[in-house]
Design a protein around this ligand. Structure first.
Ligand code: BGC
Length: 400
C-alpha cells in the first residue's frame, strides 16, 4: 500500500458558496456592493468598481450541470456548497419553493453521480429584510433563521446527510462588526460580541431542528482556525498564543461542543506571534499575499483532537491565477493531513476551496481560487493543470 493512502471512504471534495458563484443573488451584500459609500471607497483606492460587483459571478445557478461535469472530472465523491437564504426567502415569510426545487434537483443530480452533498445553510449574506431587522445583532432574527432552517431541511432532508449550519462565525463577525470591512461596516466590539453570541444560539437551535427532523443527520459548523506559532518562546508570546487560541480557535467550538457531530475546519492562515500577530514572512505567498505554509494544517488538526470529534476539512486552498503553487501546496498540505491522521486525528474528508474561480468578497474577482478557471464573460470553465493532480489523488485515495 502507498505510504500516503487515506482511510477508506474518505470524503474528497471541493467547496463553494452561493453568493460567490451562483450569480444574480439579491441580499445585503448585493446592495452594499453597489452602494454609494462602497463606490466612493473603491474610487479612492483607484479600483474599477465593476470588479467588485458580484453580478452574474460564475453563473452557477444556471450552469450547475457544468459544475457537476467539473466535479466528475475531478473524481470527487463529495461537494460542499451553500443554499442562499435570500433566494429561498426573498421577503419575510415568503418562501420560494421553485428555488428550493432547484436546489433539490441539483442535489439529486449530485447523488445520481455518486457525489455526497454537504449543504451549508448560511455562508454570510443575509436577505435585505433580515438586515433591516438588525441582522445578527438582533435576537429577533433567531426565530426567522430557525424557520428558514426547518423549511430547507424538511425540503431537502431526504437527500442530505451532512449539514454545515454556519460558515466561519468569527470571520464574519470580525469583518462585518469589528474591522468594518464588510457590510454593515461597523467597528464596534460590543456588537461583535453580540453577533457571536447570537450565532452560537442560532447554531444550537439549528442543530436541534436538524436532529429532530432526522436523528442521523450529521451537523457541524465550518470554523476558520489559524495556526498560531511563536517566533521566540518567551512569556509574552506564549501568553498571546494562549489568548489567540482560546478566543479565535476554541471559543465558539467549545460553546457548541454538545451540539456538533463533526468539526468543519477551514484552514488558510499561519501567524507567527512576535509581541503581536505577524501574518507571514513573505517567503512563498499566494496572489493575495497569504503565506503558503503546508505544515500549519497539521498543527491546527492536532489542536482539534481534544474535541474528540470527526473532522472534515471543509475548506483549504489558495488564490493562484497561474496555478504556479496549487498542485504543490495541495499535495504538501495533504501529506500533513495524512500525518495528522496517523497521529490520531479522525479526519474524514478534505474539500478544496474552490471548485471554480469566484467572487472573493471585498477583494472582488481578482483572486482566482478555482481549480477551474472561469471566463467571466462567457462563463466557460477551463481546468487548470492542478485538476489532473487533484483528480488523481481523489481517484486513488492516495498521494505519491
Ligand atoms: C470563506 C470563503 C472565502 C475563502 C477564501 C473562507 O474564509 O469561507 O468564502 O472565499 O475563505 O478567502
Amino acid at each position: 500500500m502507498n505510504k500516503y493512502t487515506f482511510p477508506k471512504n474518505f470524503h474528497w471534495g471541493c467547496a463553494s458558496s452561493s453568493h460567490q458563484i451562483e450569480g444574480n443573488t439579491y441580499n445585503d451584500w448585493t446592495e452594499w456592493e453597489k452602494s454609494e459609500a462602497r463606490l466612493v471607497e473603491l474610487k479612492r483606492k483607484n479600483k474599477d468598481p465593476r470588479e467588485f460587483i458580484s453580478g452574474a459571478a460564475a453563473n452557477s445557478f444556471m450552469l450547475n450541470d457544468q459544475d457537476i461535469e467539473c466535479l466528475k472530472e475531478l473524481n470527487v465523491n463529495s461537494y460542499r456548497f451553500s443554499v442562499e437564504w435570500s433566494r429561498i426567502e426573498p421577503q419575510q415569510g415568503n418562501f420560494d419553493y421553485e428555488a428550493l426545487k432547484h436546489y433539490q434537483q441539483f442535489i439529486q443530480k449530485l447523488r445520481a453521480n455518486k457525489i455526497e452533498p454537504f449543504v451549508t445553510l448560511w455562508h454570510w449574506p443575509i436577505p435585505v429584510w433580515v438586515r433591516d431587522l438588525g441582522g445578527w445583532t438582533s435576537k429577533k432574527i433567531l426565530p426567522f433563521f430557525n424557520r428558514y432552517v426547518k423549511i430547507v431541511a424538511e425540503f431537502l432532508d431526504e437527500d442530505v446527510n451532512y449539514w454545515v449550519t454556519i460558515n466561519e462565525p468569527l470571520v464574519y463577525s470580525s469583518n462585518s462588526y469589528f474591522s468594518g470591512q464588510w457590510p454593515p461596516q461597523k467597528k464596534n466590539l460590543f456588537l461583535t460580541i453580540k453577533v457571536v453570541h447570537n450565532l452560537i444560539k442560532a447554531h444550537k437551535q439549528a442543530y436541534d431542528i436538524l436532529k429532530n427532523i432526522y436523528k442521523d443527520n450529521q451537523v457541524g459548523i465550518a470554523s476558520h482556525n489559524i495556526h498560531f506559532d511563536v517566533k521566540k518562546n518567551n512569556f509574552v508570546n506564549k501568553l498571546l498564543r494562549f489568548v489567540a487560541n482560546y478566543f479565535w480557535n476554541d471559543y465558539f467550538l467549545k460553546k457548541i461542543d454538545n451540539e456538533q457531530d463533526f468539526i468543519g475546519l477551514n484552514y488558510y492562515f499561519h501567524s507567527r506571534i512576535n509581541y503581536g500577530f505577524d501574518k507571514n514572512e513573505n517567503k512563498l505567498v499566494s496572489d493575495l499575499g497569504w503565506e503558503l505554509y503546508p505544515e500549519g494544517i497539521y498543527h491546527v488538526l492536532k489542536e482539534l483532537k481534544k474535541f474528540k470529534k470527526p473532522v472534515y476539512i471543509t475548506e483549504h486552498g489558495l488564490a493562484d491565477k497561474n496555478d504556479k503553487h496549487r498542485a504543490w501546496y495541495l499535495a504538501e498540505s495533504l501529506r500533513f493531513v495524512h500525518k495528522a491522521i496517523k497521529d490520531g486525528v479522525d479526519v474524514k474528508g478534505y474539500f478544496h476551496w474552490s471548485l471554480l474561480d469566484n467572487f472573493e468578497w471585498a477583494d472582488g474577482f481578482f483572486p482566482r481560487f478555482g481549480l477551474y478557471e472561469v471566463d467571466y464573460t462567457t462563463f466557460k470553465r477551463t481546468p487548470r493543470a492542478s485538476v489532473a493532480v487533484y483528480g488523481n489523488i481523489c481517484k486513488n485515495n492516495s498521494l505519491k
